[in-house]
Design a protein around this ligand. Sequence first.
Ligand code: XIL
Length: 480
Amino acid sequence: MHKSHSAMAAILAATLFGAGAVSAYAQEPTLRSLAEERGRYVGAILNSQWFGGGLPGDYEKIHKTQFNVVVAENEMKFDATEPQEGRFNYGNGDKMVKYAKANGMRVRGHALAWHSQVPNWVNNYKNDKKKLLAVLKNHIEKVVGHWKGQVDEWDVVNEAVSNNEPMWRSYSVWYQGIGPEFIDSAFVWAHAVDPDAELCYNDYNLEQGISPKAKAGFVLEQVKRWVANGIPITCVGSQTHVEDTTTDKHFIGSPDSLRAFARELAKLGVKLNITELDIGFKSGINVSSADLARQGRNYREYMDVFLEEPNMGTFLIWGVSDKWSWLGGLNRQKGLIYDDNLRPKPAFDSLMASLKEHPVESVVSPYKQSFIPDTTKQDTTANDSTAKDTTVKDTTTKDTTDAIMPSVARLPASLHVAGSVLHLTGMASARVDLFDMQGRPVFSAKCENGTVELKGLASGRYVVRVEQNGMVDVKNVILK
Ligand code: XIL
């Protein structure tokens, strides 16, 4: 029923997950070979200086053998790609993409709209909304355009939610200068440039519960609104930088919280990826072998959830060896799955065990199979309009720097679907457009007598946009 992926993504998955790809690595099972058999991606970050002999020993061999998805630690961020206004630098990112392609890996792009690692020149425009919108739009169009068809998935927006309260992060230059609509706009612009790329919202502390006060609860509400409004989001990334405090309560957050979050997102047709996992200990403490074993168990619990939830596709660790890790800056240590000498830690063995103990037949690949739970049973004339505050823009529009703004006027009428007929109550004539969950226009008609037959559409969830005399209404409907 659900067609969540583009043809390109399907071809990529088929190539990558085909028998050939597995056998090339399958002398001894590896994280990569086991993940590929299960139609999943497991990965670690990379810096362009780290391969081609940049790091000693077996680093590159390990990376190629164990992982099938890669993300640049820093080299696709705003300050790396557009250090001066309008002057783009793709060199290091290109090297990484080339490495990934040569080794049959998926590429995550990180990150387009983020408050951190933004060059100073951007701040000059923080009081000029129109200019800042143009800056963000140009950046997204150039960067996504440069790697179109090569970067499979983008973190379109990173860390836009505040840590302390369920609200947007107020000190971000994008939020201050543009307002929250920078987010909706960024997704629409990225999608217009590369309609085949998966587009994620990425953040940390999302493993800390989905109550409305928790970050993931807030994000969930936004995802509902985006999906209902046709904003082309396909995935959420949970960074999952976890600390083992070696106290009674070892971890804040839990794999089960992530599971609950994944299930809510599945209902919306959205994937959940683990994008930056590390499980570090406080700096300076002595880490015992019992601590490392517990760290391994915790890694494994995240992998268990990942494999058991059908809408989880990518499991990415923020580093390979403890020797090269950002965790020192966070006052943490030893958070990865290889030690300083590139020897696998208990965490590596735990991940392997989890993969082996989840038989291939039990794991759904969200890149190949539908993962949306069938919640349509009581919902035949679905008329759920959870979100009302944003109009759907035609996502193919390229020549505007307007933000995707909330609409003011609302139609005084209502709409519902029965069978394949859309009924508009209280209005005789209107323009009707349907969009799929990626925001692509799939149907358009002029309604003359209060009803429209929705012809030629597969069953599934759609966004309907009705327009009459400049007033717009948007609803989410399910066609049986
Ligand atoms: C970190 C990198 O690992 C560091 O090298 C850099 O100095 C700062 O950024 N969340 C993110 C990542 O989304 O981009 C961050 O990466 C880690 C936290």
